[in-house]
Design a protein around this ligand. Structure first.
Ligand code: FAD
Length: 346
């Protein structure tokens, strides 16, 4: 479908999927360019969404904005694409100490936590081979998305709608004017970059802080109705567990590093006392930012260019919400939220 469109979108990871979907839903004409790479943040991600995170075990940034509609948003896409990729599953976050137990005894009646808390246990849940002497919390509104399945199904959807081009978009060939951008036979009002870590020159000066992560699949003698979490996530799959992830800013490669694999296996050893075999190792790089908030908005000199990137470690939970928000901005209904506006650093 060459010709005039409202938006050219560059990149079809989780960011490009949600933004393009939202724009299509609102009746805009779009074309998505994506270079099919084996190693992208979305293809490597464990895909978890988790409302209670960090060492302090507190509600994650703006959980109350993102989580109420998260699963229904993904279900809407599942229905549209007739493909399953959303796997809601409770996370069992183990306590490390009596202090953790006390903190959560206090928090269990806190209305702010009620939607996310299934229950608090101050004793072991007696899952064979799991070391949880202090118990832990079992969370609601958590789970994972199989991003590979989503990408394949959504790409086919775009192909059927005749708005997908499988090609690297060469920014040197863009002709940019006020209110119109031309690329080969396409003309658009705007071009929006959802490039993940492959940031083009227009956005190179932004303070991205990419972070590599390792993930392994293991075979082990464990049966759990939950994702087990303490230092690592052990996610039950069909006959194996996916375990992730590490964080390293120094070596930005898609090759799994020995030190990362060692760190994962050591952390497994702290919570699981059975044997396990590694079936597969992989690594990827997350498009994280200096302040851990996405970069959304318009180029400071060239208003025809926009960015929707920087989803870091939380692409799954942040992109549906911010795709709606950015579509509202593009439709001139609202201003961009300050804390994610790319202009804060641009
Ligand atoms: C090890 C690991 C574990 C993770 N775990 C989780 C997790 O549990 N939960 C979670 O929410 N997130 C997780 N993430 C992070 C999450 O995956 C990222 O936030 C997300 O994938 C970023 O998506 P994106 O669409 O911005 O970029 P990407 O997925 O990298 O997609 C960008 C796409 O744009 C294409 N592209 C770029 N430039 C061009 C161009 N010029 N022309 C054409 N195509 C172009 C690329 O080829 C690519 O296909 C993890 C990531 C890693 C690496």
């Amino acid at each position: 479908m060459a010709g005039k469109v409202n938006y050219i979108i560059v990149g079809l990871g989780i960011a490009g999927i949600w933004l393009s979907y939202e724009l299509l839903k609102r009746g805009h004409k779009i074309v998505v360019f994506n270079h099919e790479k084996e190693h992208t943040g979305s293809k490597k991600a464990t895909g978890l969404y988790n409302p209670v995170t960090g060492r302090k075990m507190i509600k994650t940034w703006r959980a109350d904005d993102f989580f109420p509609t998260l699963e229904t948003d993904y279900q809407e896409l599942e229905n549209l694409l007739n493909t399953r990729f959303l796997y809601p599953i409770s996370i069992y976050r183990l306590f490390k100490s009596v202090k953790d137990q006390n903190d959560w005894q206090g928090r269990q009646d806190d209305r702010d936590y009620a939607p996310y808390l299934n229950h608090v246990s101050s004793h072991s849940l007696k899952i064979k081979h799991i070391n949880d002497p202090y118990g832990g919390i079992v969370l609601n509104r958590s789970g994972y998305v199989n991003l590979n399945a989503l990408i394949i199904a959504y790409k086919n959807y775009l192909i059927n709608k005749d708005c997908f081009v499988e090609e690297w978009l060469n920014t040197a060939l863009l002709n940019i004017e006020e209110g119109v951008v031309t690329y080969k036979e396409y003309q658009a009002d705007r071009i929006i970059f959802c490039e993940g870590v492959d940031v083009s020159n227009f956005w190179k000066s932004l303070p991205f802080r990419p972070v590599r992560g390792e993930i392994i699949d293991i075979e082990c003698d464990l049966e759990s109705p939950y994702v087990i979490n303490q230092g690592v996530f052990m996610i039950p799959k069909n006959g194996y567990f996916t375990v992730g992830s590490t964080y390293d800013h120094s070596v930005l490669t898609h090759e799994p590093q020995e030190e990362g694999i060692k760190s994962l296996t050591e952390r497994i050893g702290k919570i699981f006392d059975g044997d396990f075999q590694i079936l597969e190792k992989r690594a990827g790089v997350r498009p994280a930012t200096h302040d851990r908030k996405p970069f959304i908005g318009f180029h400071k000199n060239l208003g025809t260019l926009a960015i929707f990137n920087g989803f870091g470690t939380k692409g799954v939970s942040l992109s549906p919400y911010f795709a709606k928000h950015f579509a509202d901005v593009l439709d001139q209904r609202v201003e961009i939220e300050k804390e994610v506006n790319v202009q804060r650093v641009h």
